[in-house]
Write a protein that binds this ligand. Structure first.
Ligand code: C2G
Length: 133
C-alpha cells in the first residue's frame, strides 16, 4: 500500500489541480491532501474565494483524493509524512527543489504544472463577466 501526500490551497478547483491529483494518486494507492487552512493562506499571502471547509468538501468529492487534512504551517511536513506514513511526497514543479530536504523520509516527486490555468485567472475572468454586476 503506497501512500502519497501532497499540499496546497486548491481554491476554485480547476483541471490543473485535478491533473495534479490524478497523477499523484497514480503513483500509489492512497492520496492524502494536506489542504491550506484559511489562516495558513494568510501566511502564504493567498486569499481564497472558498473557505477551508468549502475547499475540503470539493476536494473530498474528487475521485483521486482519499483523505483531506489541514495545513497550518510550513514546518509540519516532516511530521505529516511520519504521521500519515507517506511513501511519496508530490508537488507541482513550480516547487521544484524546494522540498528535497524531505527525501530522507520519503520519495520526493515534482510533476509538471498544467499550463495556462490557475485560480487567479479563473477568478479574474469571473469578476470581469460577473452577471450580477
Ligand atoms: N498546480 C498545477 N497546475 C496548475 C496549478 C496548480 O499542477 N495549473 C499544482 C501546484 O503545483 C500544486 C497544486 O496544484 O502542487 C496546488 O496548487 P496551489 O493550490 O496553488 O498550491 P500552493 O499555493 O502552491 O500550496 O506547503 C505547500 C503549499 O501549501 C503549496
Amino acid at each position: 500500500m503506497k501512500r502519497v501526500i501532497t499540499y496546497g490551497t486548491f481554491d476554485v478547483l480547476h483541471y490543473g489541480h485535478v491533473n495534479l491529483l490524478k497523477r499523484a494518486r497514480a503513483l500509489g494507492d492512497y492520496l492524502i491532501v494536506v489542504l491550506s487552512s484559511d489562516e495558513f493562506n494568510k501566511i502564504k499571502n493567498k486569499v481564497s474565494y472558498y473557505t477551508y471547509e468549502q475547499r475540503k468538501i470539493i476536494l473530498e468529492a474528487c475521485r483521486y483524493v482519499d483523505l483531506v487534512v489541514p495545513e497550518y504551517t510550513w514546518e509540519q511536513k516532516r511530521n505529516d509524512i511520519q504521521k500519515y506514513q507517506a511513501d511519496i511526497f508530490v508537488m507541482g514543479d513550480d516547487w521544484k527543489g524546494k522540498f528535497d530536504f524531505l527525501s530522507d523520509l520519503c520519495e520526493v516527486v515534482y510533476l509538471p504544472r498544467t499550463p495556462d490555468v490557475c485560480s487567479t485567472k479563473v477568478k479574474k475572468f469571473l469578476q470581469e463577466h460577473d452577471a450580477n454586476k
